[in-house]
Ligand binder design. Sequence first.
Ligand code: KG4
Ligand code: ZN
Length: 343
Amino acid sequence: MIILGIESSCDETGLALYCTERGLLAHALFSQVDLHALYGGVVPELASRDHVRRLVPLTRQVCDEAGIELAAIDAVAYTAGPGLAGALLTGAMMARGLAWALQRPALGVHHLEGHVLAPMLEPEAPEFPFICLLVSGGHTQLIHVQAPGDYRLLGESIDDAAGEAFDKTAKMLGLSYPGGPALSRLAETGDPANVSLPRPMMDRADLDFSFSGLKTAAITRYKAFNGKQGTSDDELARFKADLAASFELAVVEVLIGKSRRALQQTGLSRLVISGGVSANRQLRQAADALEADGVQVFYPRLEFCTDNGAMIALAGASRLQRGESSDLAVSVKPRWPLESLMA
Ligand code: KG4
Ligand code: ZN
């Protein structure tokens, strides 16, 4: 069975063809980063309009790459939520329209289920059950994944998501959008020991996170340093790098500390880290160190950490194989808790 996957929940248009027998056949992505960089964040209306421009050419591109005609597509999976309503609707309309024209089923997929299952696209895919640390721009969650479709939320951020905190802190430091990768690059040149920042919620036994206070602490430290009389440009540049390194280390230590706790509490020994922030090198290094304690760690390849069509095609395939389908209505859910999939 060949499934076309369509991702359009935010600022990336992702298309992919996944075959249940042969694996991933082709994938293509258009990132709107340059479009939104001018505004320092995603402008929803611009995002929707650009998805409309990209969806058809990218569909043609993946079909050409895979060497198949549209008629060879057996089903279409699209991101139905959570995400920006207008952006979601563009992918949903495309998916429903194409599926109707081809007389094939279409299925709305949960974006976070795509991220959770993304490591299954790799040759060394994790076996079930596992703990998933899902760290993206919109979510920070620890999920007990018993099987595909069987998700129990163990903890989540009570305010900013990790990626959001990276982006906001980076913006304050004057770094380019999206801030996560830029802040991480700057952090490589800094020394975290020179600026101390808190480790929020680490003293609590639960598995929830909070990154808003950490972001505010970083901003306060920066303003205080920047406001000092006689600070040279060089000193400020060095402080910014140290602050970035300290911020990154604080986020990583909290994410890994709580993941370790989730593994201990559930008795599981497999950890999947996915979502945009799973591309972070320090996070990966810290997670890999868990292997000394017998934990197996899995990630998607770098290009599938951030939003993409391949993970949506895969999540759609998994649901279709379990006999799911949905009616012809074009519906999207900008807010949609992952756990509701089990209801
Ligand atoms: O999963 P994703 O593409 O979109 C959402 O579903 O939110 O994640 C995007 C987030 C952004 O906040 C971005 O700054 C962050 O992932 N990100 C990173 C890195 N690469 C992407 N954060 C820290 N370090 C990185 N290397
Ligand atoms: Zn995402």
